[in-house]
Every structure is written in structure tokens, then in C-alpha cells.
Write a protein that binds this ligand. Structure first.
Ligand SMILES: Nc1nc2c(ncn2[C@@H]2O[C@H](COP(=O)(O)OP(=O)(O)OP(=O)(O)O)[C@@H](O)[C@H]2O)c(=O)[nH]1
Ligand SMILES: C[S@@+](CC[C@H](N)C(=O)[O-])C[C@H]1O[C@@H](n2cnc3c(N)ncnc32)[C@H](O)[C@@H]1O
Ligand code: SF4
Ligand code: SF4
Length: 368
């Protein structure tokens, strides 16, 4: 059996910032333990949570180099043969939807638009999982050109990452002067009627003062902006808790221009807490991943670009499904391993725990 559990000791992993050392399929196969798991068709974990939101990373490549995510030189390339193909991704999406209760699928990366066959991935996934919401999280570069084919293939929604509308600050933060291309992508998504169109902005100290302008821009362009607390998932390992911009600090800065009123979450598992802007109906969201963690209500399961299941952003254990796919396993067997992987999901990110160490793989390598 080719399936693998990548529960490597931290000390054994040389390339702490890059893609999984050894990749999926390097070690010998050990099925995830199902001890104590009740009969349940879905992706249940030991803490009573059930994952219904699947995030699939399709590549480690990216057109930007955001300092809170990627190293300046980019991530080590995943060998072509190690990447899941479009039909393999679609087969997993089908199993997730049909056998495991997944209701939403988000393609991410790296930058999903770097995959030339993204429309094929979406089209085959739509056929394998009819009725399931298929979205992407993207930096928006090239979206204007790609969108018609993606929508025709079955894409239902887009979230675009945009940290500032100040061109110089954007170039500094992302190490690329591509703000106009991102804005063109957002405009295209808006014109295509993909709704709601959400924007994600990681709160960084160097762009904190730009936050009110960004919110004003989002309101003007009919986008739902969410600010995100920076997590220790950067490849450069430069995250420092004391330097991180907290939700509370951001609210103070936004409060200099807007009146914000707490409005709660869209649903209990949504990471973003919403705030009415100037009495509403427009809102701004805050994803306080660190200071107001939402791990207790987490409903996520992840598949990496190499085909491993990752039960938590911060959990280094990965369970290889690619080996099963390529080794001739049937859907029942793959679903059983996926359930096992999720049964062993950790309680949360543990950032506040004594001895916390960030995960081995960075955000761009895991799939954000
Ligand atoms: N702690 C934590 N943060 C996450 C997780 N997934 C995504 N995030 C953060 O949440 C941000 C928003 O993620 P998106 O990809 O837009 O997904 P989403 O918020 O679930 O999207 P919607 O369903 O459209 O609201 C990301 O930029 C990450 O910073 C997760 O599993 N755990
Ligand atoms: C890893 S990116 C992949 C998709 C696409 N390239 C993009 O930027 O939207 C997914 C999301 O993760 C967020 N992200 C990346 N690094 C992060 C970090 N260290 N803390 C919090 N969010 C992060 C990005 O802002 C983005 O919204
Ligand atoms: S956050 Fe997205 S756009 Fe920025 S470097 Fe990471 S993968 Fe690329
Ligand atoms: S850190 Fe892990 S448990 Fe917490 S929300 Fe993210 S994936 Fe879920």
C-alpha cells in the first residue's frame, strides 16, 4: 500500500520553509488510527467537529512573493509527477462530496491561476460533485483573462487577496509591482457577477495606516473586505507575536474614519466576524485567527497539491491519498483513509501554548 502518514519528527525535517520534505510517498504506509471513532460517514474528529469545507491546493507556484507567505525566491518547485492531475483532483472532490459530506470546495495554492489547467480542474470537479460550491482564492493576477473559461467550467465564487491600494506599499509587501493587474482581476470578477466578491487583506504593520483607504475602496467597488490577522505561516519565519497587528488594533485605526458596529458571524463556522460600517448594510469582516481563534468551530479539511490530506493548517501530519489514487484503491478505501486522517485532527493551532512551534510547511506550500 502506497499511503503514507507524514508525521515526521520536527527535527528530522531539513527544509523547514519549503514543501514537504520527501513529499508524499516517501515513507512507508501507516493508516491513520481510527481508535475510538464512532460510525459516521463524514469527516468527524475527536472534538466533535465535522469538516464540510474542502480546500484544495493546486500548486506551490505564485506570481507574487508576499512577505508574510513566500520567500523572495519562491518555494522549491514540486516535481511535475508529484502534483495531482486534474482528473485526480476531481476524483477526490467527487469522493469528498459524495461519500464524506463536503459541501464547499475552494481551490487555492500558491496561486491557483498559475495552473494552466485550472478550468479543467474546475470542470471535472463540477461534473464529479454536482451542486457543490466551487470557488477560488486568488491574488487576481490574470483573472480578467481567465475568468470566462473558469465560469463556463463551473466556478461559482472568487475571493481575491488585496492588502493595500497604495501601489508603492503593495509592491513592497508583495515584492512585485502588480497592483494594476490585481485591480483588473477584481473588476473582471465584479463584472462577471460573481457574488459575493470577497477581498482578503492580511494586516501588516507597514500597511496598517492604509486600512481605511482600502475599506473605502472596497465599499466603493461593492466588495466584502475581510482583514486577517497574520499567522506564523511565512516561509521566512519572521512572524513575531508582539509585532503582529491584532483585530483590536485594526478596529481602532478603522474607527478613525468609520463607525463600526459588531454584527457577528454569517454562520458559526465562518472565520470572519462581521462589523456594520456606518450603520450598514455594508460590512467589513475581521478574521482574528490568532487573538480570537475559531478553531473550536473549524469545519475545514485540506488536500495539498501533492495529494496529502492535511487536517489542520498547523498540523504537520499529512496522509497521502495520491499513493492510494495511483495504487488502484477504490473510492471506499480512499474515503476510509480520509476519515482516519480527520479523526486525528488536532484541537487548534496552539499558538498560545507553551512550546508552540510553527508548522514545517509555510502557507503557500500548504494551501491557504
Ligand atoms: N486559522 C485558519 N485560518 C484560515 C484557514 N483557512 C483560511 N484561513 C485564513 O482565512 C483567510 C480567508 O480564507 P479564504 O480562502 O478567503 O476562505 P474563507 O474565508 O473560508 O472564504 P468564504 O467561504 O468565502 O468566507 C485566509 O486568507 C487565511 O488567512 C484555516 O483553516 N484556519
Ligand atoms: C496562501 S494564499 C493562496 C491563494 C492566493 N495566492 C491568494 O493570495 O489569495 C491564501 C490566503 O492566505 C493568506 N495568507 C497567506 N499567508 C498568511 C499568513 N501568514 N497569515 C494569514 N493569512 C495568510 C493570503 O492573504 C490569502 O488570502
Ligand atoms: S499569499 Fe497568495 S499571492 Fe501572496 S505569496 Fe502567498 S500564495 Fe502568493
Ligand atoms: S488552525 Fe486548524 S483547527 Fe484552527 S481553524 Fe485553522 S485548520 Fe481549523
Amino acid at each position: 500500500m502506497a499511503a503514507v502518514n507524514l508525521g515526521m519528527p520536527r527535527s528530522a525535517i531539513a527544509d523547514a520553509a519549503g514543501t514537504a520534505a520527501g513529499g508524499a510517498g516517501g515513507a512507508s504506509g501507516v493508516a491513520p488510527s481510527m481508535a475510538g471513532r464512532p460510525e459516521h460517514p463524514g469527516l468527524l474528529d475527536r472534538f466533535g467537529r465535522v469538516a464540510r469545507d474542502l480546500r484544495v491546493s493546486v500548486t506551490e507556484k505564485c506570481s507574487l512573493r508576499c512577505t508574510y507567505c513566500m520567500p523572495a525566491e519562491g518555494l522549491p518547485a514540486i516535481p511535475r509527477d508529484d502534483l495531482l492531475t486534474a482528473p485526480e483532483i476531481a476524483r477526490l472532490v467527487g469522493i469528498a462530496a459524495r461519500d464524506l459530506g463536503v459541501r464547499e470546495v475552494r481551490f487555492t495554492g500558491g496561486e491557483p491561476l498559475m495552473r494552466a489547467d485550472l478550468a479543467e480542474i474546475i470542470g471535472l470537479s463540477a461534473a464529479a460533485a454536482p451542486g457543490v460550491d466551487l470557488s477560488i482564492t486568488t491574488n487576481g493576477i490574470g483573472l480578467d483573462h481567465r475568468l470566462p473559461a473558469l465560469v463556463a467550467a463551473g466556478l461559482t465564487r472568487v475571493n481575491v487577496s488585496l492588502d493595500t491600494v497604495d501601489r508603492a506599499h503593495f509592491a513592497e509587501l508583495t515584492r512585485r509591482d502588480r497592483l494594476p493587474a490585481v485591480l483588473a482581476g477584481i473588476q473582471a470578477a465584479h463584472d462577471a457577477g460573481l457574488s459575493p466578491l470577497k477581498l482578503n487583506a492580511v494586516m501588516m504593520r507597514q500597511t496598517l495606516a492604509d486600512a481605511p483607504d482600502l475599506l473605502a475602496w472596497a465599499l466603493e467597488h461593492d466588495c466584502r473586505l475581510r482583514f486577517i490577522e497574520q499567522m506564523p505561516l511565512d516561509a521566512d519565519r519572521s512572524w513575531i507575536r508582539d509585532n503582529m497587528v491584532s483585530a483590536a488594533e485594526l478596529l481602532e485605526v478603522l474607527g478613525t474614519r468609520f463607525v463600526l458596529t459588531e454584527a457577528g458571524r454569517d454562520d458559526p463556522s465562518a472565520p470572519a466576524e462581521e462589523w456594520l460600517v456606518d450603520g450598514g448594510p455594508a460590512t467589513v469582516g475581521i478574521i482574528a485567527s490568532v487573538t480570537r481563534s475559531f478553531c473550536a468551530a473549524c469545519d475545514r479539511t485540506r488536500v495539498t497539491a501533492e495529494g496529502t490530506v492535511r487536517s489542520c493548517l498547523f498540523g504537520d501530519d499529512e496522509t497521502d491519498l495520491r499513493g492510494l489514487l495511483r495504487g488502484g484503491a477504490d473510492d471506499t478505501e480512499i474515503a476510509r483513509w480520509w476519515r482516519g486522517a480527520m479523526w486525528n485532527k488536532q484541537a487548534g493551532h496552539g499558538i498560545d501554548a507553551a512550546g508552540f512551534a510553527p508548522p514545517v510547511r509555510s502557507m503557500g506550500a500548504i494551501g491557504g
